[in-house]
Unconditional design. Structure first.
Length: 299
């Protein structure tokens, strides 16, 4: 039984209707939580039936569903974008069936427009979604991935800059919206994630376990706009981040959530080495968490 650890270490699952089968194959490796995520839309998945099957698989394992994730652009009005928005609404309505109060994903943005230009639409859409979520006791968290976007333009997400976070939370000033934070996406922007985490800790609702390796030799010699890649996404344990410090900051800030490994990005531990890398990351993060729990002596 999971007790006393405070912060669970888990992974992401993105297999749609096959989520229960996938979870059943990997839960025995020691994963303590799972984020069930959907790319762009729910893809026709019946969340009520999925919850029943997932809960059956998890029964007796001690593992939990940390959150649901919908990763698309709910601020635009194309057919697929509107389906993304409907996915958020359904995830909010069904989160309790999975035993979670958290739904995560991209904010979306107005395509080709700046972050400030997207804020009015953000306020309109997320103000309503936040009210819907609050009525059901659900929190919403935005991943901090730029998805190739900048301050001036992009296709997916405005929540990749601390300056944007300030604008977002000013536009929708409610306690049930926050961040799905990970160090990787800040390191891609050459931001030091440690002081940032300390500053934004109260708004961190969920943590993705993804790291990065910055090639400072490339940055110093060729900059960041040349043909040679200057940063790589990594599985925790293979990148530059000090996860012991990250978990310390999370503990000091009272974080009681999960760190769910976001796989499928590492340039080395991929393909047939994917789960090998993820299990290494799982055990590494558990070690950074302090190792196995030891009961204090009773005097």
């Amino acid at each position: 039984m999971f007790t006393n650890e405070g912060i669970r270490i888990g992974t992401l699952v993105n297999k749609g209707e096959k989520n229960p089968e996938y979870i059943s194959q990997i839960v025995g490796h020691g994963f303590e939580s799972f984020q069930i995520m959907f790319w762009k839309t729910l893809g026709g998945v019946d969340l009520t039936k999925l919850a029943d099957r997932v809960n059956e698989v998890l029964e007796g394992t001690g593992a939990v569903i940390s959150s649901l994730g919908v990763f698309g652009n709910p601020l635009e009005t194309g057919e697929e974008d509107l389906e993304t928005l409907r996915g958020w609404e359904q995830a909010i309505d069904h989160a309790h069936l999975f035993g979670t109060d958290l739904v995560c994903g991209f904010t979306g943005r107005l395509r080709g427009k700046s972050i400030p230009d997207s804020i009015p639409r953000f306020k309109e859409v997320w103000g309503e979604l936040a009210r819907r979520a609050a009525a059901k006791g659900v929190r919403l968290a935005f991943e901090n991935c730029d998805m190739g976007g900048t301050w001036k333009t992009g296709d997916w997400n405005i929540a990749h800059s601390p300056d944007a976070w300030k604008m977002m939370f000013d536009a929708v000033p409610t306690d049930n919206i926050g961040l799905e934070w990970e160090p990787c996406h800040q390191m891609v922007s050459l931001i030091d994630p440690i002081p940032q985490l300390r500053e934004w800790m109260p708004k961190v609702f969920h943590v993705h376990g993804k790291d990065a390796t910055i090639r400072w030799d490339v940055v110093k010699k060729r900059g960041i706009h040349g043909p040679e890649q200057f940063v790589f996404h990594r599985t925790p344990g293979f990148g530059d981040s000090n996860w012991t410090d990250i978990i310390t900051i999370l503990r000091q800030g009272g974080y009681q959530g999960t760190i769910d490994i976001e796989g499928w990005h590492d340039p080395v531990y991929k393909g047939e080495l994917e789960m090998m890398g993820q299990v290494r990351g799982l055990n590494y993060l558990k070690d950074c968490r302090g190792g196995s729990f030891v009961v204090n002596p009773v005097l």
